[in-house]
Design a protein around this ligand. Structure first.
Ligand code: DON
Length: 321
């Protein structure tokens, strides 16, 4: 880092100038007051609609954050690309895609549906994510399987904050009728590997949703994806570069619920949103960004987070095309 600083070789050379633009965009989003905080579990319903944080980390480890960027919130669906990247890194894409597709579903994230090959459409929707939970280290004890993902996430975050909310997990489990239905539907259609313990896969899925991060740690995780799988802060190879390429492709096509096509059109960057109000945005080879603001629009994306992503590409030429 210091060597690069002396040679002015940072990927964003005028970082403080860049950061002041980020701050301006942050403040321009504060007036976005519409949207509704998710209320299907108390842990999400209790979030103030005013919470709003943004953090970024470049591929060479420069960091900036503003607002509520150090407050923990649960990853929810933002964990899906990370579990997928883990599965592909460890098992290879051929094995993973024997079980899950790569096509946007064109349906809601929790719809009970399979593609023509009898697979979940992609790993960014609930059925695909539940299926992935049956693939990663199935021979290990359930506690070790969760511990394993937690270790991967901590490594991706360069040992910054990654926690677990047991209350979120318990609430998720108590209200997850649709996910239970999805898991049984997958079982009925023989989508899982034969020896899969359905309840264990489901528990793991709900535990993944209940992992806590902050915008600051989330930005480092996103930067690890932007950096081909190498954490910019530690230099550790966390995800295989091929797995990162596949992950970013699927975030690009399927990461923003039923807004994924419009988001790809307008923003042109891989992203994943979650019901807690997080949007993990990746500018490949440049930086990772984590936005968090709980009020969601009608498609389930954070209103302020979405506005911020659009502002970003209207100010800087990060749109890929
Ligand atoms: O599994 C669920 O339905 C909730 N935990 C919501 C996850 C989420 O963020 C929506 N996902 N695509």
């Amino acid at each position: 880092l210091i060597g690069r600083a002396f040679q002015s070789k940072f990927v964003i050379p005028k970082f403080s100038e860049f950061s002041s633009y980020i701050d301006k965009m942050y403040w321009s989003c504060v007036s976005q007051k519409n949207g509704k905080v998710a209320d299907y579990i108390p842990q999400l319903a209790r979030f103030s609609p005013d919470l709003w944080g943004v953090a970024l980390c470049t591929v060479d480890g420069q960091r900036h954050s503003i607002g509520d960027s150090d407050k923990p919130f649960c990853l929810q669906s933002c964990v899906k690309p990370l579990v997928y990247a883990t599965a592909v890194s460890e098992l290879g894409d051929k094995t993973v895609h024997k079980y899950v597709g790569t096509e946007p579903s064109g349906r809601s994230f929790n719809e009970i549906a399979l593609n023509k090959y009898n697979q979940p459409f992609n790993p960014m929707i609930n059925s695909g994510a539940i299926l992935l939970c049956s693939l990663i280290k199935p021979e290990d004890h359930q506690s070790d399987r969760f511990d394993h993902i937690l270790k991967v996430l901590k490594a991706a975050a360069g040992d910054d904050f990654v926690g677990f909310s047991n209350t979120t997990f318990l609430s998720e489990k108590a209200t997850s009728y649709r996910n239970f239905a999805l898991a049984y539907y997958l079982k009925e259609n023989q989508c899982f590997p034969p020896k899969t313990d359905l309840m264990e896969a489901l528990d793991l899925y709900l535990q993944h949703c209940s992992v806590d991060i902050t915008c600051e740690s989330g930005a480092i995780i996103a930067a690890t994806l932007a950096n081909g799988g190498v954490c910019p802060l530690t230099g550790e190879l966390v995800f295989h570069p091929d797995a990162v390429q596949h992950t970013l492709s699927l975030m690009h096509s399927c990461g923003m619920y039923d807004y994924s096509g419009q988001f790809a059109f307008q923003v042109g960057l891989p992203a994943k949103s979650g019901v807690s109000g997080g949007i993990m945005l990746v500018v490949p080879s440049v930086m990772g960004i984590m936005c968090w603001s709980p009020p969601l629009d009608s498609t389930g994306n954070s209103v302020r987070g979405l506005h911020f992503c659009k502002e970003l590409v209207s100010t800087f030429n990060f749109h890929h095309y």
